[in-house]
Design a binder for this molecule. Structure first.
Ligand SMILES: Cc1cc2nc3c(=O)[nH]c(=O)nc-3n(C[C@H](O)[C@H](O)[C@H](O)COP(=O)(O)OP(=O)(O)OC[C@H]3O[C@@H](n4cnc5c(N)ncnc54)[C@H](O)[C@@H]3O)c2cc1C
Length: 315
């Protein structure tokens, strides 16, 4: 059987793409992957997804998205795509449960994972003081002392954002100078709530039911110290889940899928949505937005129509 639309990933991007493709009568198939519901399903409180004025649990939000997509005829496969062949249509996807899936169009929505520090306490205290998203969780840390780990643009950007709520933000960087853009560096250095700890790495995150502090090591002197803190935001980069697409899709130097701004990749018939392409906004709502776009583009591709070109009168 050749499916019209196969969606790789079941986060907000994939499930929104499924909803739109299902309502376009394309009977999409979603391959869920290791994390059904995507990253948003791992967070407890989502306060910035429109339509939920009293906040919603991330798992419940993802479940609602899946139910809504299923209601219009989406089917789901529990499995991880292990390899893809985009060299000819129909495209072929091999799933780890031993099945092979064929598709006229594919929507790639495999997300990007925050790079972990890999220290004791990080996993145990995730969502209990350890967060990888300042925009999502900063609000919960009013008048608290926070630690941001990293020295790039994201670390400074998010550190600055966190000063809106926190009483104090300590940026811990393993070198003695920042990698971030000079403008951001100047802004962070001028902010009275921000201080820096140089040449240091976090070796453990402390706390039982919530974060109480971090253990640090100075990489030059070897000195070990501890610092009290109420929250830890590691910002040492994201890893797009694109290993699977190397040699198949055009990726940028950091491994993100490149699109033409309308979710179309370099392979006609393969579209991309969500954080696997977007290294700027990384929000459930933006992932859902591009999921909608990808499904509409896939539908137009199957119809051999281009509504944008039509609207411009150039089709
Ligand atoms: C702790 C935390 C809290 C957050 N809180 C908020 C918040 O409050 N508000 C907000 O807007 N955003 C929040 N975000 C960000 C938000 O979760 C992401 O921006 C959003 O989930 C991205 O959606 P996505 O569909 O692009 O990717 P993801 O949600 O990452 O989903 C990727 C999907 O791809 C699947 N997949 C990956 N590889 C394969 C494969 N080989 N085969 C099959 N499937 C595969 C995974 O199983 C998963 O289902 C938070 C993120 C984190 C980490």
């Amino acid at each position: 059987m050749i499916h019209k639309v196969v969606i790789i990933g079941s986060g907000p991007a994939g499930l929104t793409a499924a909803l739109y493709a299902a309502r376009a009568n394309l009977a999409p198939v979603v391959i869920r992957g290791l994390q059904p519901g995507g990253l948003i399903a791992t967070t407890s409180e989502v306060e910035n997804y429109p339509g939920f004025p009293d906040a919603i649990n991330g798992f419940d939000l993802a479940e609602k998205m899946e139910k809504q997509a299923a209601r219009f005829g989406t089917s789901f496969i529990d499995g991880i795509v292990q390899s893809v062949d985009f060299s000819e249509r129909p495209f072929t996807l091999t799933v780890d449960n031993g099945t092979t899936v064929q598709a006229e169009t594919v929507i790639v929505s495999t997300g990007a994972s925050p790079r972990k520090l890999g220290v004791p306490g990080e996993l145990e205290l995730a969502n209990r003081g350890v967060s990888y998203c300042a925009v999502c969780d900063g609000f919960f840390f009013r008048e608290k002392k926070l630690v941001v780990v990293g020295g790039g643009n994201s670390a400074l950007d998010e550190g600055l954002f966190l000063t809106r709520y926190a009483s104090e933000v300590v940026i811990i960087h393993r070198r003695d100078q920042l990698r971030a853009d000079p403008v951001l560096q100047a802004r962070a250095q001028a902010n009275p709530k921000i201080t820096f700890v140089w040449d240091s790495v976090v070796t453990a995150i402390k706390g039982e039911t919530g974060v109480t502090g971090v253990a640090l090591k100075n990489v030059k002197t070897g000195e070990a110290t501890e610092m009290a803190a109420d929250g830890v935001f590691p910002y040492i980069g994201h890893i797009p889940n694109t290993a699977l697409f190397k040699g198949q899709l055009e990726l940028d130097e950091n491994g993100y899928v490149i699109s033409d701004g309308r979710t179309r990749t370099n392979v006609p018939g393969v579209f991309v949505a969500g954080d696997v392409e977007d290294h700027v906004y990384r929000q459930a709502i933006t992932a859902a937005g591009t999921g909608c776009m990808a499904a509409m583009e896939a539908s137009w591709f199957l119809d051999k129509q281009d509504h944008v070109q039509e609207a411009l009168g150039t089709w």
